[in-house]
Design a protein around this ligand. Structure first.
Ligand code: BDR
Ligand code: CA
Length: 304
């Protein structure tokens, strides 16, 4: 089992990732933390609790994270993910609670008390992770690796160069990429290839209650490519389970923090800066394998 801290801003594709995270026995979820991103942190926190309740995982620790980026003004993506962040499904009354600790303090506690190193997966803006790195350098050695959904070497979804999670808090992303942690970047280079087709949505809808919950939200999802819907954040988990489905290249990657390219992730592809690398960048993915796995992963979730 992989011990995991999952930092997230649900968000429809976050909800799909969390559905797998909370039901796949390969993951030992030590903590989930919220961050402002797709919608406000109040809403992303509530949405994590809704999903923990839906999957009967009241045992999962949840902590509330940053309400705004380090420097940049906060702008949500409710035009993509709906006002609530998880529209179209009624979760009923939710009986789950959050820890009385901030996301950063909860991460410190989990990392310090864990006998083994913990994998951190971040699929929202990187504000909490940057705060952890700058405020608690003493626990960094307990992080096994950091797998992020964010960034792009092939154009953005917010500006011509910037991907949403990095664009939301570029200063945090810069701290994270320059932290020395073992970082794997699952960016738009692969997530816009790993699309969920209309046929797959139809199969999921008939599969079980989780499929109905996710496809109800997907009907409101504003992120649509010609041949399907990108389930960006799900790729981080598929990568952890099936790294052989991705092609990765090591680069030095840095983040632009102002000007027209703000939020852009730049890789030193020609080694013009130096010979070092700080990020494993995913550039290729086996789409059919991803889609098959996604259907199976959701389909095997019991309605009990
Ligand atoms: C990322 O931005 C968010 O809207 C999604 O949840 C995903 O994490 C894609 O750019
Ligand atoms: Ca997200």
């Amino acid at each position: 089992k992989t011990p995991i801290i999952f930092d997230t801003d649900p968000g429809i594709d976050d909800a799909a990732a969390i559905s797998i995270l909370l039901t796949n026995p390969a993951f030992d979820v030590k903590l989930m933390t919220s961050v402002a991103g797709n919608v406000t942190v109040d809403k992303t926190t509530t949405n994590i609790l809704k999903l923990a309740h839906f999957f009967n995982r009241q045992d999962i620790k949840v902590a509330r994270g940053a309400e705004k980026p380090l420097v940049k003004k906060f702008e949500d993506a409710s035009h993509i993910h709906g006002e609530s962040g998880m529209p179209g499904y009624d979760f009923g009354e939710v009986q789950t609670t959050i820890l009385d600790l901030s996301a950063v303090d909860a991460m410190v506690e989990v990392l310090q008390s864990s006998p083994e190193k913990v994998t951190v997966v971040a699929v929202g803006a990187f504000t909490n992770i940057a705060n952890l790195i700058t405020q608690h350098p003493e626990v960094i050695s307990k992080i096994e690796r950091l797998v992020v959904m964010g960034g792009s070497l092939s154009g953005g979804n917010m500006t011509s160069v910037a991907e949403f999670n990095v664009f939301t808090d570029p200063d945090a992303a810069k701290i994270v990429f320059n932290s020395g942690l073992d970082i794997t970047m699952i960016g738009l280079d692969v997530t816009l290839k790993a699309l969920i087709s209309g046929d797959t949505v139809a199969k999921l809808q008939g599969a079980n209650e989780t499929g109905r919950m996710l496809t109800a939200m997907m009907a409101f999802y504003g992120d649509n490519e010609e041949t399907g819907k990108p389930m960006h954040d799900v790729n981080t988990l598929y990568y952890l389970l099936h790294p052989e489905s991705y092609q990765l290249v090591d680069y030095w990657v840095d983040v632009v923090t102002d000007g027209p390219a703000i939020g852009g992730t730049v890789a030193d592809i020609r080694h013009a800066y130096h010979d070092k690398h700080n990020v494993h960048v995913a550039l290729g993915v086996d789409r059919p394998a991803f889609e098959q796995w996604f259907i199976a992963a959701i389909g095997q979730i019991s309605d009990e």
